[in-house]
Design a binder for this molecule. Structure first.
Ligand SMILES: Nc1ncnc2c1ncn2[C@@H]1O[C@H](COP(=O)(O)OP(=O)(O)OP(=O)(O)O)[C@@H](O)[C@H]1O
Ligand SMILES: [Mg+2]
Length: 219
């Protein structure tokens, strides 16, 4: 049976493929297309919603968000018989802007992961203002990698910054959990985490995000 979810990476660094290759029993279809971005054109005719995960700042959680959001949506839609959602993971560098622009041609919306730290503000603003806003596509900032043990000051500063820019952001914040960091090394996505309390909390963020974005229902 075809999966309801398809993940495409166009990051030449290919950490997604490295991760995906380590996952036994991947809960979605996956392909790496940075050498042939023109292949993305076929995505338009699938009838699925195409979501691009973008931020030209490296290491903000694009791949983590892509694979885990795809995994929870695949779990929710596991009995669907056709493709509903496509997630495209993109490069975290300015050099590969042409690849990001290519992906945006086929997108229905854009998700912009951003950590709650001042260093990320300017690079995120550049991506949104120079690359995403000119396309006119709807986008949402998702604050990722917030450690509740650090207190709420950085989180609130980041939320205030995003709001002051007039950028839409999700209410859901993806918290920082060791289990996410470890998962990329161990080749696991959230739906495959062990069933302990911390892992359940870590999963919950991605389920809440999928629900808030409206990706859980049949498109
Ligand atoms: N919510 C989180 N909790 C814990 N670790 C996280 C979280 N989000 C991201 N990380 C870790 O931070 C690192 C960078 O994340 P990731 O690879 O997803 O970022 P990226 O934006 O895809 O990076 P690049 O621009 O290099 O592609 C990884 O080691 C990942 O495991
Ligand atoms: Mg990545």
């Amino acid at each position: 049976m075809p999966s309801a979810v398809y993940v495409v990476s166009i990051d030449p660094q290919a950490s997604t493929v490295w991760w995906a290759n380590r996952i036994t029993d991947l809960p979605f279809d996956f392909s790496q297309e940075h050498e042939t971005p023109q292949n993305l054109a076929v995505l338009k005719d699938t009838g699925a919603r195409v979501h691009v995960i973008a931020n030209q700042k490296g290491g903000v959680g694009k791949t983590t968000t892509t694979l885990n959001l795809a995994a929870v949506v695949a779990e929710v839609l596991k009995n669907q018989k056709r493709l509903h959602h496509i997630f495209i993971d993109t490069p975290g560098s300015l050099q590969d802007e042409n690849l990001l622009l290519e992906a945006l041609k086929y997108a229905h919306d854009v998700i912009v992961p951003m950590p709650p730290e001042g260093l990320a503000f300017d690079p995120t603003a550049r991506t949104i203002q120079k690359v995403i806003e000119p396309t006119g596509l709807p986008f949402q900032v998702v604050i990722n990698n917030w450690d509740p043990r650090d207190g709420v000051a950085d989180l609130e500063d980041t939320q205030a910054y995003v709001d002051a820019q007039g950028w839409p952001r999700t209410r859901t914040v993806i918290r920082r959990y060791k289990v996410h960091t470890r998962a990329s090394v161990e080749g696991r996505v959230v739906t495959q985490y062990p069933k302990n309390r911390v892992a359940m909390e870590a999963r919950e963020d991605f389920f809440r995000l999928a629900l808030e974005l409206g990706y859980g229902g049949a498109a």
